[in-house]
Design a protein around this ligand. Structure first.
Ligand code: GFB
Length: 319
């Protein structure tokens, strides 16, 4: 069983690789770095699938980033994510991949979708402006999988995670998501004995978080689900499955948790000139829970583990 993990160096791809390595021979796990295989290059992807012919594909390669990166690099977010998913999904069909799992994001849902957000809320309203290009690309990925399934009878599945965090995350203060950004800001403020730490937005926006090892477990679980069970869980025109912890909290409470985990003694200041993004993005995870899958890593335990990973790896992090 040859399994290709596209994006194996990213936070999610590396977690999936770790999870699979405990269940498969190393020889069955196929990976390519960006220099070995440019996923934006249609001919290179086609040649790779023609020669390697994997049976399964985890499509975890993407151009990702936090609210600032999405807001400032819209062309990169929409172009790169569309090209990577179109190249891989088309080549997977042409070369007989048995199963593919496409990874999207909770930002595919309308900005003001009723909370918690059901899979059926997709395309029922305007998207969040700060990450609309990324969301449109990820929605296209779901529709690519659904369209190939309907026309060519492929088995291409889609998982939509909530905000993820954990080892291997991007800790760059501008491009990253909130958890790595705050861990790094509070840590640096402690070292510098700074009197306060700046947190973006009002602090009132609510977010749900899932540790990337829980996400990896859910991805493998969804990939290995028998076809009939996955088909019974979804429907042909709404084939994606939400993956989340089922709990959200205001950013101000997250900041207080990070302050506690990092041991920073100073004050927190909210910079309301920075955008909040959507007021809330809580996923309805009953499709997945109905199957018996639940997140296991609590936010406090996950933050502590991720902070330790940051401390152990901070000198070699890409900035
Ligand atoms: O994590 P984040 O950038 O992603 O922001 P989104 C979450 C919340 O944390 C926002 C606040 O309300 C931010 O204003 N925040 C506070 C910070 N301080 C900081 C900080 O120092 N850095 C960052 N980054 N945020 C992303 C989408 O939206 O969610 C992506 O833009 C993707 O496309 C990702 O979907 C999962 O949840 O706002």
């Amino acid at each position: 069983m040859k399994i290709f993990i596209a994006g194996h160096r990213g936070m999610v791809g590396s977690a999936i690789l770790r999870h699979l390595a405990s269940r498969h021979e190393a020889a069955d796990l196929l990976t390519r770095s960006r220099t070995e295989l440019d996923l934006l290059d249609t001919a290179a992807v086609e040649a790779f699938f023609a020669t390697q012919r994997p049976q399964q594909v985890y499509l975890a390669a993407a151009k990702v980033g936090g609210i600032w990166a999405n807001n400032h690099q819209p062309a990169e977010f929409i172009y790169q994510n569309l090209m990577v998913e179109a190249n891989i999904i088309h080549a997977a069909w042409r070369h007989g991949v048995e199963r593919l799992l496409f990874l999207g994001s909770s930002c595919i849902y309308p900005r003001m979708a009723p909370q918690p957000m059901l899979e059926s809320a997709l395309l029922t309203g305007p998207l969040e402006p700060t990450n609309e290009p990324y969301a449109v690309a990820k929605i296209a990925g779901i529709k690519l999988c659904e369209s190939y399934n309907r026309q060519y009878e492929t088995d291409f599945r889609s998982a939509m995670p909530t905000n993820l965090y954990g080892p291997g995350d991007n800790f760059n203060l501008r491009e990253s998501h909130v958890i790595p950004a705050l861990l790094r800001k509070f840590h640096q403020a402690k070292l510098d004995q700074a009197p306060e730490v700046e947190v973006w937005g009002s602090g009132a926006a609510r977010r749900e978080f899932l540790h990337v090892d829980d996400m990896a477990a859910a991805c493998v679980y969804l990939m290995e689900l028998p076809f009939e069970q996955y088909a019974a869980l979804t429907d042909p025109m709404c084939s994606h499955v939400n993956v989340g912890s089922g709990e959200d909290l205001p950013i101000r409470d997250l900041a207080a948790l990070v302050k506690q985990v990092t041991g920073y003694p100073g004050r927190i200041r909210f910079d309301a000139s920075q955008p909040d993004g959507p007021p809330r993005k809580l996923l309805d995870v009953s499709r997945l829970n109905r199957l018996g899958w639940h997140a296991r890593i609590t936010l406090e335990a996950g933050l502590t583990q991720t902070y330790q990973w940051f401390l152990d790896n901070q000198h070699q992090l890409r900035d």
